[in-house]
Design a protein. Structure first.
Length: 263
């Protein structure tokens, strides 16, 4: 009989779900662009079940992770730290991973992994600098779409330094550059480098060991990925499942729990 497990990652800005079959096959996934404290988690759960024609009762185990995981106490069988889930998800996708850089909506995490388990980490959750929120603010000031940042930054022809690590000060810096007539593409490239420098500081405190994997929504921005590669001096791997990494880890831990309980 097939075993279905559901992993739910309730982030600060998005809700993600993954359903695994027998701990190896992803049969459904969903992503709703609102997170903790909204209807996002419930909508993501409904969508992931509808996508594969399964019901809540078909799930052998449901595990919730992420910033808003405790909002699902009634629905999930267990809650788990997103740090452990991100480590597990990255290990599933890249079995030789040793360093995970996760840039989410409101925090940055750098994990050191050995044999799929997290052994050390650093986290920035006190300030929006270097996060998805930081990029959202910069895109709004520049009047461009967040999804266009990578393409526009790649068109840069000269270095523009955005030196402030504080979101508020960086916003003022960008406005100042715009008023001086600086090309938007050069400003965006400077923003990507600013994000990278913030993350590199955290990464060096953990210690960077190949293979390096980047997860989280910001990993979809190739401008940030390339800036990080340059400043770290390491190649960075990403997956099309980058935003689902926490939910994937949760579904994997759920399957592990089912197998343990069956013994």
């Amino acid at each position: 009989m097939d075993i279905y497990t559901l992993g739910i990652d309730v982030g600060s800005t998005a809700s993600k779900c993954i359903i695994l079959k027998n701990g190896t096959e992803i049969v459904s996934k969903s992503l709703i662009d609102v997170g903790a404290g909204t209807s996002g988690p419930q909508r993501a759960i409904s969508e992931v079940l509808d996508n594969c024609g399964l019901k809540r009762e078909d799930m052998s185990y449901i595990l919730a992770t992420g910033y808003g995981r405790n909002s699902l106490l009634d629905l999930a069988d267990k809650q788990m730290s997103e740090l452990s889930c991100h480590a597990r998800g990255a290990y599933f996708l890249f079995p030789d991973v040793h360093t995970v850089i996760d840039i989410g909506g409101q925090d940055v995490k750098v994990l050191h992994i050995e044999n799929g388990a997290m052994v050390n980490f650093q986290m920035n959750d006190k300030c929006a600098a270097g996060t998805g929120r930081f990029l959202d603010v910069m895109a709004r000031v520049l009047e461009v779409k967040v999804s266009d940042l990578a393409m526009l930054g790649a068109m840069s022809t000269k270095e523009v330094a955005i030196s402030s690590t504080c979101t508020v000060f960086a916003e003022s810096e960008v406005i100042s550059q715009l008023s001086m007539g600086t090309n938007k593409c050069d400003i965006i490239n400077g923003i990507h480098n600013s994000v990278a420098s913030r993350v590199v500081g955290l990464a060096h405190r953990v210690g960077v060991v190949d293979r390096v994997v980047m997860t989280g929504g910001v990993a979809q921005n190739t401008g940030v990925v390339k800036a990080l590669e340059k400043q770290l001096g390491h190649e960075i791997s990403t997956s099309p499942l980058t935003q689902y990494n926490g939910a994937l880890g949760a579904a994997l831990f759920a399957y592990q729990r089912v197998i343990q309980d069956a013994k």
